[in-house]
Design a protein around this ligand. Structure first.
Ligand code: F6R
Length: 352
């Protein structure tokens, strides 16, 4: 049921702070999975396997596992797994991430990995899905059914779950801190939701007539930029690309001309801010229309600012994802598209 919302996508976007509260209140639930994952990682390498939005969550998971838990990992796109996984052997670990638990490429990757003797851990939303049956260990992201074809609440629930798992590996006694942190993020999202919705709608009004839109991010928000671009292109059909902000000058900069929008996700960490300011000046000097999604109290040379209350760098994708989803949603509406049912796409891709 959509309730008071016009579309499932908007309803699901608005459910996100409540799902984060649920995850905050069930930190203990992730403990066993974290312990077993940590002990499996002592005997082999880790490859994260997923597709689409779940793959973007996987990239953020790679960042968390590296930064918080000190484990290096590889992220392999599920459809490419057969070709890129020949090194995977007995004792290695696969972490499969899938909302539906039915994505054919993910299931195929997991079967291949199992045949080679790898252990399979998975992070899933749909209970009873095929992926849970093929896994040695699994956890649910507890996001509830997602009806909109574009993944929204399941992306942030995957990211929050990966944050909890990586933090617990790093410090198994951190449950209470984690709970408080997630609760405070959910509260700040709830407090700002009305304003962020309104400002995202205005930005959508500026994007609707553009041919290309670029999203830039650094560090943990590089995958968030990829996700912002995926959301926009899949439901508005405007060409959108996400880039690591520093990579942009190695080619894509050639596409910038008068009026091309560049949406930059501004880091909270001061040491990273100067770098992204330089990236912004570069595109601005070539006529780009710049939008920054940013923490308060940072003065930036952008044409339009959307301020959000970012607690810390690591958890910022949970907060930045929301205006990006809303911008995509309202751009689709402006263009008369149905955001719940984008053309050519299905909720779960059960063919390879
Ligand atoms: C994008 C989207 C897809 C899915 C992808 C994987 O909004 O929904 O990119 O993320 O098809 O699906 P799951 O997570 O079910 O394996």
């Amino acid at each position: 049921e959509k309730g008071r919302y016009e579309h499932f996508m908007l309803k699901e976007i608005n459910e996100q702070p409540y799902i984060m509260m649920k995850i905050a209140d069930t930190i203990e639930y992730y403990k066993k999975f974290s312990e077993r994952l940590e002990s499996a990682l002592k005997s082999g390498s880790l490859s994260i396997v997923a597709a689409g939005t779940s793959m973007h969550a996987g990239l953020i998971g790679k960042f968390y596992l590296s930064t918080l838990a000190g484990f290096g990992s590889d992220v392999i796109i599920a459809s490419e797994f057969p070709e890129w996984s020949r090194h995977i052997a007995n004792g290695d670990v696969i972490l499969a991430i899938s909302q539906s638990g039915e994505t054919a490429d993910v299931l195929e990757a997991v079967r291949i990995a199992r045949d080679r003797g790898a252990k399979v851990f998975s992070i899933v939303n749909v209970p009873g899905s095929t992926l849970t049956r093929l896994s040695d260990e699994y956890v649910f992201i507890q996001a509830g059914p997602e009806v909109g074809v574009a993944a929204t609440k399941t992306f942030t629930a995957q990211v929050a779950s990966l944050y909890v798992i990586s933090s617990l590996i790093s410090d198994p006694t951190s449950s209470e801190d984690l709970r408080e942190k997630l609760l405070s993020i959910s509260n700040s999202i709830l407090k700002d939701m009305g304003r962020v919705d309104e400002e995202s709608r205005k930005i959508a009004g500026l994007l609707k007539s553009r041919e290309h839109v670029f999203f830039l991010g650094r560090g943990v928000n590089y995958p968030t930029a990829l996700e912002g671009a995926l959301k926009l292109k899949e439901i508005s059909y405007i060409h959108a690309e996400g880039y690591a902000a520093g990579e942009y000058k190695h080619g894509p900069l050639a596409l910038i001309e008068e009026g091309v929008p560049v949406i930059a996700l501004i880091p909270k960490e001061r040491s990273l801010i100067n770098k992204i300011i330089y990236n912004l000046m570069e595109v601005k000097a070539r006529g780009s229309f710049t939008v920054t999604i940013q923490p308060p109290d940072v003065s930036l040379p952008s044409d339009r600012r959307l301020v959000v209350d970012v607690e810390d760098e690591l958890t910022s994708p949970l907060i930045y994802a929301i205006p990006l989803q809303l911008i995509a949603y309202y751009t689709a509406l402006e263009l008369g598209r149905n955001p719940d049912k984008p053309r050519n796409l299905a909720k779960s891709v059960t063919v390879e």
